[in-house]
Ligand binder design. Structure first.
Ligand SMILES: C[C@H](O)[C@H](O)[C@@H](O)C(=O)CO
Ligand SMILES: [Mn+2]
Length: 425
């Protein structure tokens, strides 16, 4: 390891130890945390099952940066490249439309075997897998309703898809020796003010009850449900609102999924974690960055990311929280997007671990809010960067912006060839 990196690390350790912070121990803890990298950043949420399908469900990818993955092998290559630039061992989050199969199979007919190549790859790479049923980009979701559909035949189709998804997730968990988190998000909602808000919610509740009716060992599968405030085309009413899923998850023993972009623009999820985890065993986060709306920008080191990390660390909530990423930016290099967002998420957790939590709690209890503010602010310029550099070096991944050179090289050698293929076809 570079001597300067080691020296800066030792100096930083001395500073932090003056506040009782054990930096080595923090890095050991950090190395245990798995972030779930969402496969859909790699190809602008297209998937492989229905290659000509338009993205629907009120979500949108903007940008046309060349080189996105067009096959499962390309997506796996790109994920490997990204993961080689991120410290730690992590998970990959798949959507059902990313099945790797030559069979023509509909969503309600999917089986674990259609994902076996993903499982073999994950085993080989030492990764975990998470899963999501895909309730969008399909003709049966064309009018914006799925599990709450008034047409019984369509609703039953989506219920079969939900059940099939949990069997796939169970297989992932069993094969990989770690639980797969299966997150259900449905886009269902109305553009304009509905007359009947109740019936769709009753149907959604009943559909979910049916999907979850089969008991699956939680050491293989953890179910989560994700709410949303509004989507494109469902501005006035979303069936699966926050209140709906809070009630649903707490009454059914399921995990709530909080997506940072699914609330009012000034509403933050960091302030919700401790409330939900008082009453729920497990929580799933979709770490994203909404800019004015649920725009799914790449996660940066902003105040909310840091606040989420602080909440998880200060309350010792990490063992009960699964952290997934959810952004899709088509305007920049797809691999760089993963690397920036994931490194930032891990770095934010490290920053939170390098704060004098016990001391700050004591100060707060004593009512010394002057010291609380002073210390919190001073710690913002403590040398966490030196600790981060050491962590990256000790994990064998590039230090600081060195990773960008790797991505640029990969772009030249691998992605540009894809680009010319598309142009010539
Ligand atoms: C593709 C994902 O399932 C999707 O982003 C969902 O999690 C969401 O956040 C929709 O807005
Ligand atoms: Mn989400």
């Amino acid at each position: 390891m570079d001597q300067q990196i080691r020296k800066s690390y030792e100096d930083a350790k001395t500073l932090y130890s003056q506040h009782g912070i054990d930096v080595d121990q923090a890095l050991e803890k950090l190395a245990q945390i798995k972030i779930s990298l969402h496969c859909w950043q790699g190809d602008d949420v297209r998937g492989f099952l229905f290659r000509d399908a338009e993205l629907s469900g009120g979500i949108a990818v903007t940008g046309s940066y060349p080189g996105r993955a067009a096959t499962p092998d390309q997506l796996r290559d790109d994920l490997e490249k990204a993961l080689s630039l991120i410290p730690g061992k992590h998970k990959v989050n798949l959507h059902a439309i990313y099945a790797d199969t030559e069979e023509k199979v509909d969503l309600d007919e999917l089986e674990p075997r259609h994902f076996q190549r993903w499982v073999d790859w994950a085993k080989d790479q030492g990764l975990g897998l998470d899963f999501n049923p895909t309730y969008f980009s399909h003709p049966k979701a064309a009018d914006g309703f799925t599990l709450s559909h008034a047409d019984e035949e369509i609703r039953q189709f989506w219920i079969r898809h939900g059940k099939a998804s949990r069997k796939i997730a169970e297989h992932f968990g069993r094969e990989l020796g770690q639980p797969c988190v299966t997150n259900s998000w449905v886009p269902d909602g109305y553009k304009d003010t509905p007359v009947d808000r109740l019936s769709p919610r009753q149907r959604l509740r009943d559909s979910l009850d049916e999907i979850f009716s089969e008991e699956i060992d939680p050491s293989y599968n953890i179910d989560a449900v994700e709410s949303k405030l509004f989507g494109l085309g469902s501005e006035s009413y979303v069936v699966g609102s926050h209140e709906f899923y809070m009630g649903y998850a707490l009454s059914r023993g399921k995990a709530v999924c909080l997506d940072a972009g699914h609330f009012h623009p000034t509403e933050v999820i960091s302030n919700k974690l401790t409330s939900i985890l008082m009453f729920s065993e497990h929580l799933l986060l979709h770490v994203s960055r909404p800019v004015r709306w649920d725009s799914d920008h790449v996660v940066t080191m902003d105040d909310e990311l840091l606040e989420i990390a602080r909440e998880l660390v200060r309350g010792d909530l990490l063992p009960r929280t699964s952290i997934g990423l959810d952004f899709f930016d088509g305007s920049i290099n797809h691999i760089a997007a993963w690397v920036i967002g994931t490194r930032n998420t891990i770095k934010a957790l490290l920053r939170a671990m390098l704060e004098p939590v016990d001391e700050l709690k004591r100060i707060e209890l004593a009512g010394d809010f002057t010291s609380r503010l002073a210390l919190t602010e001073e710690f913002k310029s403590y040398p966490f960067g030196a600790v981060w550099d050491y962590y990256c070096a000790s994990q064998g991944v590039p230090v600081r912006e060195q990773w960008l050179h790797e991505v640029k090289r990969y772009e030249e050698q691998v992605l540009s060839a894809r680009y010319s293929l598309v142009q010539n076809s």
